[in-house]
Ligand binder design. Structure first.
Ligand code: ZN
Length: 75
């Protein structure tokens, strides 16, 4: 399974939602070097995080993340 690269120093607690940003690093893509806001990125097990570019489909690099407090409740 593909996973998104995560910038150095950024860690995720498993099974939590984060407000995050991700950047497209595919030079062939129109979104190259653009940053996207993610309102509720789920951390899965803390490492298997995937943010895909809607255009090129490549995993985007997670560049920042802040844990949501309180956590959103989804059913
Ligand atoms: Zn892209």
């Amino acid at each position: 399974m593909a996973t998104s690269p995560i910038v150095d120093g950024l860690t995720f607690i498993p099974a939590m939602y984060y407000k995050a940003t991700a950047e497209d690093t595919n030079p062939d893509c129109e979104n190259y070097e653009q940053t996207f806001d993610l309102a509720d990125l789920y951390s899965n097990n803390g490492t298997n995080i995937l943010v895909q570019c809607g255009l090129c489909g490549q995993p985007m690099t997670v560049t920042s993340a802040t844990i949501l407090d309180p956590q959103p409740e989804y059913s």
